[in-house]
Write a protein that binds this ligand. Sequence first.
Ligand SMILES: C[S@@+](CC[C@H](N)C(=O)[O-])C[C@H]1O[C@@H](n2cnc3c(N)ncnc32)[C@H](O)[C@@H]1O
Length: 232
Amino acid sequence: MAQRSASNHHRPIRSFVRRAGRLTPSQQRALDELWPEFGVDFEAKALDFRALFGRTANVVLEVGFGNGESLVQQAAEHPEQDYIGIEVHDPGIGHCLIAAREAQITNLKLISHDAIDVLEMQIPAGALQRINIYFPDPWPKKRHHKRRILQAPFLALCASRLAPGGALHIATDWQNYAEHIDEAFRRLDLFVCVERREHDGEQPLERPMTKFERRGLRKGHRIWDWKFAKAC
Ligand SMILES: C[S@@+](CC[C@H](N)C(=O)[O-])C[C@H]1O[C@@H](n2cnc3c(N)ncnc32)[C@H](O)[C@@H]1O
């Protein structure tokens, strides 16, 4: 097969930069020992949720779970639902694995890969009950706004992966991103806004507080929360 030349090689704009984060010894141990139990390797092939979780249940997917504490808390509080978390930051994944083991949960799987590829290739159409995107990287500089994950094509992809009646939950502590989100959904007819809250941390919308939310609140930021239902 002909090699593609460097000049026409297409590099996608990613919503993250892979940081060479330092893993603590316990995070490294968790990745080595617990990945076989909780981890799902990325493959360009649709997952079979029934085979993955050993049952049929509503599946909730979280994009960019950070250190995973709020993800594990949700999975522990809702044993009747199955959870998939996607993250690219190894120390956060290690932290999440440790929390998952401590919580003794069996309804959580983690994928370490770009969430856009995962949604496109691994998540079947109409398979999710809910998608959570909490405090996505705000990319505050104007020249970086194109890196924000919440853009129209990604939102259309989320809509296609949600079941009828499914919901997309979003939260941010960044005013300019909140304005961008309001505008993006105004232009889109794939979702209906069920609820929008603007608050100082006291009214999270059907979710626990997250690490980045606490950090934002310490800096005096406000919080914006949305629940969007997939349009019929
Ligand atoms: C600002 S942090 C918020 C973490 C967590 N949700 C919280 O509220 O504490 C955003 C996270 O999204 C992850 N992320 C960004 N783009 C991603 C992508 N395309 N796929 C998977 N994870 C992504 C980053 O690695 C980062 O950990």
